[in-house]
Design a protein around this ligand. Structure first.
Ligand code: FES
Length: 165
């Protein structure tokens, strides 16, 4: 008899709940959330690992919110907003782009692989693109497995030394 979560008579390993990755997506209300909604109503196939959090604008996504998601058990975090020039609040996604690019570069210092974080732009009419983004991000994080990030200060940066000098 097959043991759920360990194996199956056909030889295909079934993933138990403990080793399923969890992805969190922060989506701006005006473009990406609508794009994700369109993908759903168009019945486009998408991996089920992503939990969506709707935010007013990608500019609202503080990097600390991303780190909090990792700390609370996310194995990957995706941020998606309106395309540059299309932000409902004019320049929120420009602020987001600056902050999130810096965050991506900082992640290795926190012991988080940069592949676990992605930001992009998806419009309300791009349901197909949204489905592709989710599939590609899931495929990038899955080989990395669970994260187990406990939070805290970053590891010592390269070149940084203890002591007074
Ligand atoms: Fe969508 Fe600002 S409203 S990124």
């Amino acid at each position: 008899m097959a043991d759920a979560g360990k194996g199956h008579a056909c030889g295909v390993r079934r993933r138990g709940r403990d080793d399923e990755i969890k992805l969190v997506g922060f989506l701006c209300n005006w473009c990406s959330y609508a794009g994700a909604d369109m993908a759903g109503t168009s019945r486009l196939a998408q991996p089920a690992a992503l939990r969506i959090v709707r935010v007013p604008c990608s500019g609202r996504v503080d990097p600390l919110l991303v780190m909090k998601a990792f700390q609370e058990g996310a194995d990957g975090v995706l941020v998606s907003g309106c395309h540059p020039g299309d932000c409902h609040y004019n320049e929120g996604n420009y602020y987001a782009r600056r902050r999130l690019e810096l965050l991506k570069r900082m992640l290795p210092y926190y012991g988080v692989e940069p592949e676990r974080f992605h930001y992009t732009w998806v419009s309300a009419s791009e349901g197909g693109r949204w489905a592709e983004v989710v599939a590609e991000f899931t495929a990038a994080v899955e080989p990395l497995g669970k994260l187990h990030y406990a939070g805290g200060a970053p590891a010592a940066a390269a070149g940084e030394e203890d002591g007074d000098g």
